[in-house]
Design a protein around this ligand. Structure first.
Ligand SMILES: NC(=O)c1ccc[n+]([C@@H]2O[C@H](COP(=O)([O-])OP(=O)(O)OC[C@H]3O[C@@H](n4cnc5c(N)ncnc54)[C@H](OP(=O)(O)O)[C@@H]3O)[C@@H](O)[C@H]2O)c1
Length: 268
């Protein structure tokens, strides 16, 4: 697996597994936990070592259980989780308690990448939350820290007032919404972009173009779009409830797109 070097020197595998519906009834985001770790087990068997979860997904324990079950050493894995800020920030005590729960559910004493899940409308609180993440980073509990769904103005707030630069901004990026400007802004500030929902937005027309490109290399439309992102240093976290499709999303390191292929994909 190829690693991308973050601005603090840590490596992040360029393909990770999304996990927001793993372990849930009906593969639904709001589904109750089934109690098994099927998708995590398959992903590990397929070779995934980077996993993306969040407090808001209510399934950190599925990942923790799956990783433990694999018997592989903790250092083999790269775990991302996120502070649930969808309802804003409920103070330092709340944040510490939520972080403690994440560590317990993930059955680990450190997290590779810890993100603020989403910005909210209070700059002082965003900075307070960021200072808490910085503290965990300085103590080695978080190996890298970053943000998610942050726009330019939110990034500026942290870049101007924080002591540590975010290593990552995890944002929506896929066909129909590449988020090009923000990716460039991240890059200009040495912040790596992780693309969420990387396989979204592929309509029949896009599929046709991607399949045509993929036919040259014996690859599927999904593999082509994931390859496009990693060739421009955008890290991807696709998820699938199907073991073969999980494997396909990881099998993107033995071909290269041409400049013409990239132009056609960028136009989709
Ligand atoms: N930070 C945020 O706010 C945020 C927001 C959304 C998502 N995320 C993260 O991003 C992860 C990925 O996004 P996502 O879950 O929305 O969707 P996605 O990875 O874009 O996948 C969408 C669908 O594509 C299918 N698929 C997967 N691999 C495929 C392949 N090789 N070929 C063809 N189809 C394939 C899957 O269906 P099948 O299961 O049927 O294969 C899946 O439901 C999430 O799981 C989560 O960890 C973060």
């Amino acid at each position: 697996m190829k690693n991308f070097k973050l601005n603090n020197g840590a490596g992040i595998p360029v393909v990770g597994s999304g996990a927001n519906t793993y372990g849930k009834e009906g593969n639904q985001y709001s589904g109750a936990l089934r109690g098994d770790t099927q998708e995590i087990d398959w992903a590990i068997e397929n070779g995934y070592r980077h996993f993306d979860t969040a407090q808001a997904y209510n399934n950190e324990e599925v990942l923790g259980k799956g990783l433990k079950k694999s018997s592989l050493p903790r250092e083999d894995f790269f775990i991302t989780t996120k502070l649930n800020t969808f309802k804003g920030f409920s103070g330092a005590d709340w944040a510490h308690a939520e972080i403690k729960k994440s560590l317990e559910k993930l059955q680990t004493d450190y997290i590779d990448l810890f993100l603020i899940h989403s910005p909210w409308d209070n700059q002082d609180e965003i900075l307070e939350a960021w200072n808490i993440l910085e503290d965990y980073y300085n103590r080695g509990v978080f190996r890298s820290i970053g943000v998610s769904n942050f726009e330019k103005e939110h990034l500026d707030l942290i870049l101007e007032n924080g002591k540590i630069k975010p290593a990552v901004n995890q944002i929506e990026s896929h066909i129909g919404k590449w988020n090009e400007e923000l990716i460039d802004y991240n890059k200009g500030n040495e912040i790596a972009t992780v693309a969420w929902s990387p396989l979204s937005g592929i309509d029949e027309n896009a599929k046709k173009v991607l399949d045509e490109i993929g036919d040259q290399y014996g690859k599927t439309y999904a593999q082509v779009v994931l390859r496009y992102q990693i060739e421009r240093d955008v890290i991807v976290i696709p998820k699938s409830h199907n073991k073969e499709r999980q494997a396909q999303s990881l099998d993107i390191f033995d071909f290269e797109l041409t400049a013409n292929d990239r132009e056609r994909i960028a136009a989709l």
